[in-house]
Design a protein around this ligand. Structure first.
Ligand SMILES: Nc1nc2c(ncn2[C@@H]2O[C@H](COP(=O)(O)OP(=O)(O)O)[C@@H](O)[C@H]2O)c(=O)[nH]1
Ligand SMILES: [Mg+2]
Length: 196
C-alpha cells in the first residue's frame, strides 16, 4: 500500500480548533508512552510526523494529520494520552472533556484505534473506553504495541491472554511493532475493513 503524502493538518485544544469534518477520520487513543506517536509514524512511513518521546509532556492537544494513500485521503487523529501517574482529578476531567468533545460529535469519524502495550495488563481505563466507544457505535481496533519486546513464545502467550481480556473480535486485534515494522499492513487492513 502506497502512502503518497502525509502531513500535519491542525492541532486543537478544543472544538474551535478542529478542522472541518469533510474527510474520513481514524482516531488513535492510548495510555501515555504506549507507542502511539511511533505507530502513527510507522503507518505513514514518516520518521517524525508525530513526535515521539520517552518523557511524555502533559499538554492536552489533538493533532490531525492528512494522509493520501493509494489515491484516497484519510485523516489520522492523535488524541492525547491518558494514565499519567500523577494527575489531579481536574486534569483527568479536562482530558475527558477534550477527548469526548471530539469523539462524541464527529460525523466523519470511522473508527478508533486503541493501543495497548503487550507487556501491560488491560486496565479499567481501557475497559471503560472500549465500553464507551461501543455504546456510541464507534468501531474499535485494538493495536497491541511493542511486540518486539518479548520473544516469540512469550509473545504468543501474552497475545492470547490479552485477546481473552477484551470484548473485541479477533480480526480487530492486531499485534504491532513500530520499531520492527511488524503488523503495520495488518493494521491498515483492519482500519480499512471498518471504513464505509
Ligand atoms: N521496542 C519498542 N519500543 C517502542 C515501540 N514503539 C514505541 N517505542 C518506544 O516507547 C516510547 C514511547 O513511544 P511514543 O511513540 O512516544 O509513545 P506515545 O507517548 O504513546 O506517543 C519511546 O521510547 C519509543 O521509542 C516499539 O514498537 N518497540
Ligand atoms: Mg505521543
Amino acid at each position: 500500500m502506497k502512502i503518497e503524502s502525509a502531513e500535519w493538518l491542525a492541532t486543537a485544544a478544543g472544538p474551535d480548533g478542529f478542522p472541518a469534518a469533510s474527510v474520513s477520520e481514524v482516531a488513535f487513543l492510548g495510555r501515555s508512552n504506549v507507542g502511539k506517536s511511533s505507530l502513527l509514524n510507522a503507518l505513514v512511513r514518516r520518521k517524525k510526523l508525530a513526535r515521539t518521546s520517552s518523557a511524555p509532556g502533559k499538554t492536552r492537544l489533538i493533532h490531525f494529520y492528512r494522509v493520501t494513500r493509494s489515491g484516497r485521503e484519510i485523516r489520522l487523529v492523535d488524541l492525547p494520552g491518558y494514565g499519567y501517574a500523577k494527575v489531579s482529578k481536574t486534569e483527568r476531567e479536562s482530558w475527558r472533556g477534550l477527548v469526548e468533545s471530539y469523539l462524541e460529535g464527529r460525523a466523519t469519524l470511522r473508527a478508533a484505534v486503541l493501543l495497548q502495550d503487550l507487556r501491560r495488563d488491560i486496565s479499567e481505563d481501557e475497559t471503560l473506553l472500549i465500553d464507551w466507544l461501543r455504546e456510541r457505535e464507534i468501531p474499535v481496533v485494538l493495536a497491541i504495541t511493542k511486540i518486539d519486546k518479548l520473544k516469540t513464545m512469550r509473545r504468543k502467550a501474552r497475545l492470547t491472554e490479552l485477546q481473552r481480556e477484551v470484548p473485541i473480535e479477533r480480526e480487530r486485534v492486531v499485534a504491532t511493532s513500530a520499531e520492527k515494522r511488524i503488523g503495520i499492513d495488518a493494521l491498515w487492513r483492519a482500519i480499512d475493513s471498518l471504513q464505509s
